[in-house]
Ligand binder design. Structure first.
Ligand SMILES: [Zn+2]
Length: 299
């Protein structure tokens, strides 16, 4: 952990976060250790017909009430403080939960969008997910009460099998189909959003990855890009990640102990007490920055 902390103490660094920073807020990581394997709905499936949309929105309707009550944790607060202290030019997150904003991060790119926003696929109108929640409640009286015991997933979805009969509201402006304004599997991240992140990574002195297994290319490509440019990469994650071979330092640890220690070291604040006895271990160190990685042949 020490060498990684030292590296980050000596330069500004862009940050990429994944589900691992939000698990302490009670939002489960469906790719993390012990997670249930379940394929998320793809864009193609979502637009395939009414049954798929009923399935999506009925589950989302139940999951939303839990996700909207989640609070930022030590990791979100630590990253917001690091930004305020001038250490982080851009925080890129793969999470759609909005917790970085709630903690006060402003230089933020929500790579996959925000679950709090809804977009009309016909007219492009953007509206609030909270407003849609009220409309779904009005159109489906008693639905939530009949489904109290459900398992929540990180995208606000829940495990639920019977969703036929759920009434899905349409766009109030044009009657078009409503979709959460998040990037589904099978969809691309908007180009200008990706470019903004590439620019930030290129101009930063390092890239810190926190709480992501980098399974999805949309995040992994920034690690690959940094490594190609000779920009040092620090990865903090419990368990192996797709980027381990490209990392200058890999710290096998939870995000909270690492980020609170880093914040205390860089801002001189000791207010983020982390008391659990989680062992923090540096598991690998890449010394030759020209070593090609098998990951660089990925799509
Ligand atoms: Zn519309």
């Amino acid at each position: 952990m020490e060498p990684a902390l030292h590296l980050l103490a000596t330069r500004r660094f862009a940050v990429l976060t994944g589900a691992g920073v939000s698990t302490d807020s009670g939002i489960p990581d469906y790719r993390g250790p012990g997670a249930r394997v379940r394929a998320p709905m793809t864009y193609q499936e979502f637009v395939s017909g009414e049954p798929a949309r009923q399935r999506y929105w009925a589950r989302s309707y139940l999951g939303w009430s839990r996700m909207r009550h989640a609070e930022p944790n030590i990791s979100h607060h630590a990253l917001a403080r690091l930004e305020a202290a001038g250490h982080v030019p851009l925080l890129i997150t793969q999470n759609v939960d909005g917790l970085h904003e709630r903690a006060g991060s402003r230089a933020l790119c929500a790579l996959h969008g925000r679950i709090a926003d809804v977009r009309c696929l016909a007219c492009g109108d953007r509206s609030s997910r909270a407003g849609l929640q009220q409309r779904m409640e009005g159109a489906n009286p008693g639905w939530a009460q009949r489904h109290v015991d459900v398992v929540v997933r990180p995208d606000g979805d829940v495990e639920l099998d019977t969703t036929s009969g759920f009434v899905v509201p349409t766009c109030e402006r044009c009657g078009g189909l409503l979709k959460p304004d998040v990037v589904f599997f099978g969809e691309s991240v908007p180009k200008d959003r990706v470019q903004r992140c590439f620019d930030a990574v290129e101009s930063a002195g390092a890239l810190l990855v926190a709480g992501s297994s980098l399974t999805v290319l949309s995040g992994f490509r920034f690690v690959r890009h940094a490594a190609k440019q000779g920009i040092p990469v620090v990865i903090v994650n419990q368990g192996t990640t797709r980027g381990d071979e490209l990392a200058t330092y890999k710290v096998d640890a939870g995000c909270a102990p690492f980020l609170s220690t880093l914040t205390a070291a860089l801002t001189g604040t000791a207010g983020t007490a982390w008391t659990a006895g989680t062992p923090v271990q540096e598991t690998s160190r890449r010394t030759d920055s020209t070593t090609p990685s098998p990951a660089s042949t990925s799509p």
